[in-house]
Each structure stands twice: as structure tokens, then as C-alpha cells.
Design a protein around this ligand. Structure first.
Ligand code: FMN
Length: 163
């Protein structure tokens, strides 16, 4: 079974990133995560999950809405890669924290694709575990010029394990 890329978004950014990742990973399928698609996750051995951070370090509303259903999907046997979107200048104390919230829920699976915090400026983030981000971190508000390279490098790194 191909790789499934599942995302939620509030203003569309995470969808753009999901599609850009999919273009780099041949055969992957993209789904907006909602009450209809959340159970689809179980059909994939390899799953990529994307979430943007809203409020003050919280999941965006659409992820919040399906959180209980998401927690009921057994992902423990899967290979999982995560990506998150945030705004390091606007929210330096909770930069991309929703990524960390999702990670906490899936961390018993084989989670791959952690990345360096080099090149970002922020004070704190739930997405940092053992000194690294638990997935790909994209900041469309302040560093959209770096997005393409960040996606390319990350996809290259995870390709052998996620496809
Ligand atoms: C009201 C509001 C609250 C936000 N809260 C956070 C936050 O706590 N941490 C963060 O890193 N980014 C925060 N952001 C930035 C968004 O995560 C960022 O703009 C992201 O690219 C949105 O992606 P989306 O369009 O996929 O939802 C916030 C943005 C807004 C407008």
C-alpha cells in the first residue's frame, strides 16, 4: 500500500505543503484529515501527518475536532513521519507546538524524520524532543523562501523508509 499523507489546515498552508511533499514521494496519496478520512489511516503502513498550530500552542480546529477519533486509530505498527506549520516570530513560546502534541500521541510507532532546530529562532516548542524537532517544521509566515529546500531535503532523507 502506498504512503498516505494526512493533514489538517485552517488557512490552506498545510495543504500546500502536503501536496508539495506528495510530489516528491511518488505514489503517495494526500487526504485532508476529517471524520470521513481518519479511519483511512489504518489502511496505510506508512503515514505522514501534518498539522498547523493555532490558539497559543494548540492543534488547529479541524484536528481538535477529530482528535478523539484520531486517538482511536491504532497506528502503533506504522512508520510515521510528521510535519508542522507555525510562526516563530509571532508565537516564539509555542512555536509549532501542535506538532509536539501529535508526536506525543503517536510516539510508540516507528516515528522517523526528526530535523535540526538550526536556522529557526524561537524560545520554546513542544515539537522539540531531545534537542531536535520531531518532524519537518515549516514557517510560511517568516521563512517561506526556505520551504522548498526544507521539503526537498526532508523527503530525500525519509524516502528510503517512508515509501
Ligand atoms: C490566531 C493565530 C494563532 C496562531 N498560533 C500559533 C501558535 O501558537 N504557534 C505557532 O507556531 N504558530 C501559530 N500561528 C501561525 C500558524 O500556525 C501559521 O500561520 C500556519 O502557517 C497556518 O497554517 P494553516 O493555514 O495550514 O492552518 C497562529 C496563527 C494565527 C492566525
Amino acid at each position: 500500500m502506498a504512503t498516505g499523507i494526512f493533514y489538517t489546515t485552517s488557512t490552506g498552508n498545510a495543504g500546500e505543503i502536503a501536496r508539495a511533499i506528495s510530489e516528491k514521494l511518488d505514489g503517495s496519496e494526500v487526504f485532508e484529515l476529517n471524520t470521513d478520512t481518519v479511519t483511512e489511516m489504518a489502511n496505510f503502513d506508512k503515514v505522514i501527518i501534518g498539522v498547523s498550530t493555532w490558539g497559543d500552542g494548540e492543534l488547529n480546529d479541524d484536528f481538535e475536532d477529530i482528535w478523539d477519533e484520531f486517538c482511536n486509530v491504532d497506528l502503533s505498527s506504522k512508520t510515521i513521519a510528521l510535519f508542522g506549520l507555525g510562526d516563530q516570530e509571532g508565537y516564539p513560546d509555542e512555536f509549532c507546538s501542535a506538532l509536539g502534541i501529535v508526536y506525543e500521541q503517536v510516539k510508540n510507532a516507528n516515528v522517523i524524520g526528526s530535523t535540526s532546530t538550526d536556522g529557526y529562532e524561537f524560545d520554546s516548542s513542544k515539537a522539540v524532543v531531545d534537542g531536535k524537532f520531531v518532524g519537518l517544521v515549516i514557517d510560511e509566515d517568516n521563512q517561506d523562501d526556505l520551504t522548498e529546500d526544507r521539503i526537498s531535503n526532508w523527503c530525500e532523507e525519509i524516502k528510503s523508509e517512508i515509501l
